[in-house]
Write a protein that binds this ligand. Structure first.
Ligand SMILES: *[C@@H]1O[C@H](CO)[C@@H](O)[C@H](O)[C@H]1NC(C)=O
Ligand SMILES: *[C@@H]1O[C@H](CO)[C@@H](O)[C@H](O)[C@H]1NC(C)=O
Ligand SMILES: *[C@@H]1O[C@H](CO)[C@@H](O)[C@H](O)[C@H]1NC(C)=O
Ligand SMILES: *[C@@H]1O[C@H](CO)[C@@H](O)[C@H](O)[C@H]1NC(C)=O
Ligand SMILES: *[C@@H]1O[C@H](CO)[C@@H](O)[C@H](O)[C@H]1NC(C)=O
Ligand SMILES: *[C@@H]1O[C@H](CO)[C@@H](O)[C@H](O)[C@H]1NC(C)=O
Ligand SMILES: *[C@@H]1O[C@H](CO)[C@@H](O)[C@H](O)[C@H]1NC(C)=O
Ligand SMILES: *[C@@H]1O[C@H](CO)[C@@H](O)[C@H](O)[C@H]1NC(C)=O
Ligand SMILES: *[C@@H]1O[C@H](CO)[C@@H](O)[C@H](O)[C@H]1NC(C)=O
Ligand SMILES: *[C@@H]1O[C@H](CO)[C@@H](O)[C@H](O)[C@H]1NC(C)=O
Ligand SMILES: *[C@@H]1O[C@H](CO)[C@@H](O)[C@H](O)[C@H]1NC(C)=O
Length: 444
């Protein structure tokens, strides 16, 4: 053994003799945790199932209390799980005294008030779940003290103010979910310069504005990125195309302008692309599905996109939902679209598509919604439409130039709840059995 280990031994002995060992060390530690837990209990004003009242009682080992996990080694509280117990109350600041805590789960209750600053003192904390409560105020600045935090989940609260800049320096982060709060401000320009492990980032439905930082491309592990329902402006940074592990990108309901970077479609792992309700212009690359073959959902409704529907669309063999209504797509619909056997929703309503609607399409029970209304399509509807697509629930072909008879086979579609064939040249060969849906179903 070298000098170093002796030195360490010496130091730990010194440490022990001055601090922990001054009284009974185990008693001291446990009693710290116990009094912190009893403080937490005292701030829970409603415990409808009397979980803590009878169980968290002095004189019994805290390690046997409901929701507590202790470390084997030194019998300190390492995990506190109070999730989904219908607790009501505020969160005691003494939670910050549970210094060995690795995991804290208070999710799915009715906790209200502020998140105590003292939580930031929990240096060992890796998992913090407080989602689905009624917490308000800001995310404490002290959260920047965390150095091991991997998962921070605060969605569905009433948190407001900016996201503390310092939390973007927590390089251990894998997952951050702040969805459904009232957070505002902007994302820092250097967002991803210190988040090498981040896989999941969800700040959807907040009040965040400004640009999407171009440093995003440095979050090289990111798989899920959700920014829906904020006030983001400017363009989508082109180098999102460098995020080679990206699976789902949701930018819907923002104020984004400019183009959808075509390099995005070079990401072969991409399965979901959502950017509806923005002001994105230009078109989709014709070879979109030659590289991004795993796309399953593409939702780009209500932008100002133009150009043809990508001719490679049928190469996306897993495509379930291709929804681009309320844009300005032009030209012909490629016939092989109708052979896409995975497709469930095809929404091309309110564009500027032309040509003969060649409905010698496939034979698929997967098709549920077809929306082609408000284009310039002509042709006849096949007699056996309803036999080919027995699970059709939504059929919107209004405002085109379709001719011939309305196919009686539609009566085979027992799930059909919305149909609109108005403003065509169709003959009424068949009285509908179906009633129109009460309100227009969501077209996203
Ligand atoms: C929490 O720790 C602080 C000092 O760090 C101490 O003053 C306080 O008494 C502790 N509270 C409990 C309930 O242990
Ligand atoms: C508290 O609940 C746990 C788990 O149900 C049980 O093992 C323990 O005996 C209970 N303690 C008391 C004091 O009721
Ligand atoms: C979260 O909040 C949103 C918006 O208020 C709500 O629609 C959603 O149902 C909530 N989630 C849960 C699981 O309650
Ligand atoms: C952000 O929200 C806080 C708290 O609700 C508010 O005081 C502040 O003015 C807001 N800031 C911006 C830029 O909207
Ligand atoms: C992040 O960390 C770097 C150095 O590690 C430091 O210079 C910077 O000020 C920190 N940023 C924030 C917002 O804490
Ligand atoms: C974050 O976003 C994605 C997609 O919207 C979703 O799968 C995930 O559950 C979201 N988080 C919450 C709390 O809904
Ligand atoms: C992103 O990719 C482009 C080319 O594809 C390259 O020029 C750029 O340096 C890359 N950026 C990062 C941050 O890797
Ligand atoms: C996509 O990748 C292919 C081959 O990897 C390359 O030839 C093409 O230029 C890339 N497209 C874009 C828009 O970066
Ligand atoms: C659709 O599939 C059928 C049979 O699989 C094939 O004969 C036909 O050529 C295909 N149509 C198009 C336009 O790809
Ligand atoms: C629709 O497309 C035609 C060409 O097919 C074009 O002349 C016309 O201007 C387009 N209409 C709109 C509203 O863009
Ligand atoms: C659709 O497929 C079924 C069996 O898979 C077959 O019986 C039927 O004739 C086909 N219909 C059409 C119109 O191709």
């Amino acid at each position: 053994m070298g000098k170093i280990s002796k030195l360490l031994l010496f130091f730990s002995f010194q440490y022990c003799s001055f601090i922990a060992c001054s009284a009974n060390p185990i008693f001291k530690s446990i009693s710290t945790d116990e009094s912190a837990l009893l403080a937490i209990k005292s701030y829970i004003t409603n415990d409808p199932f009397s979980i803590l009242a009878t169980n968290w009682t002095r004189g019994t080992s805290v390690c046997n209390w409901i929701g507590i996990t202790c470390s084997q080694k030194n019998q300190r509280v390492t995990a506190l799980d109070l999730s989904a117990r219908s607790f009501q109350g505020t969160i005691a600041k003494e939670v910050g005294n549970l210094s060995f805590l690795v995991s804290l789960d208070m999710s799915r209750n009715n906790f209200y008030g502020f998140i105590p600053y003292e939580i930031g003192y929990l240096k060992r904390l890796r998992y913090l779940y407080m989602q689905l409560n009624a917490l308000s105020g800001q995310i404490p600045q002290s959260f920047g003290f965390f150095t091991r935090m991997e998962e921070l989940v605060l969605n569905n609260n009433s948190l407001s103010g900016p996201i503390p800049r310092s939390i973007f320096n927590i390089s251990s982060f894998r997952s951050v979910d702040l969805m459904y709060n009232f957070l505002n401000g902007t994302l820092p320009e250097d967002l991803c310069t210190n988040l090498p492990k981040l896989e999941y980032f969800n700040v959807s439905y907040n009040h965040i504005g400004g640009k999407i930082p171009a440093t995003l491309s440095q979050c090289s592990e990111i798989k899920f990125l959700f920014l829906e329902g904020n006030y983001f402006t400017g363009s989508i940074p082109e180098n999102v195309g460098n995020l080679s592990k990206l699976e789902q990108l949701d930018l819907g309901r923002n104020e984004l302008t400019g183009v959808i970077p075509s390099r995005l479609f070079n990401i072969s792992s991409l399965s979901v692309l959502i950017a509806f309700l923005n002001q994105l212009s230009s078109g989709l690359p014709g070879d979109m599905c030659k590289n991004a073959m795993n796309l399953e959902r593409v939702l780009l409704s209500t932008n100002i996109l133009t150009g043809p529907i990508p001719s490679s669309l049928s190469y996306c063999r897993s495509m379930k939902q291709f929804s681009v209504p309320y844009n300005n797509f032009q030209g012909l619909i490629q016939a092989d679209i109708w052979n896409m056997s995975s497709l469930e929703y095809l929404h091309l309503t309110a564009n500027n598509l032309t040509g003969k609607l060649d409905l010698s399409w496939g034979n698929s029970s997967t098709w549920k919604r077809i929306g082609l209304g408000g284009n310039r399509l002509y042709g006849n509807l096949p007699k056996d439409l309803g036999f080919r697509h027995p699970n059709l629930a939504y059929l919107e072909l209004n405002d085109n130039r379709l001719t011939g008879q309305i196919p009686s086979s539609l009566s085979q579609c027992s799930a059909l709840s919305w149909i609109n064939l108005d403003s065509n040249y169709l003959r009424d060969g068949f009285r509908f059995q179906v009633g129109l849906a009460e309100s227009l179903p969501e077209v996203m």
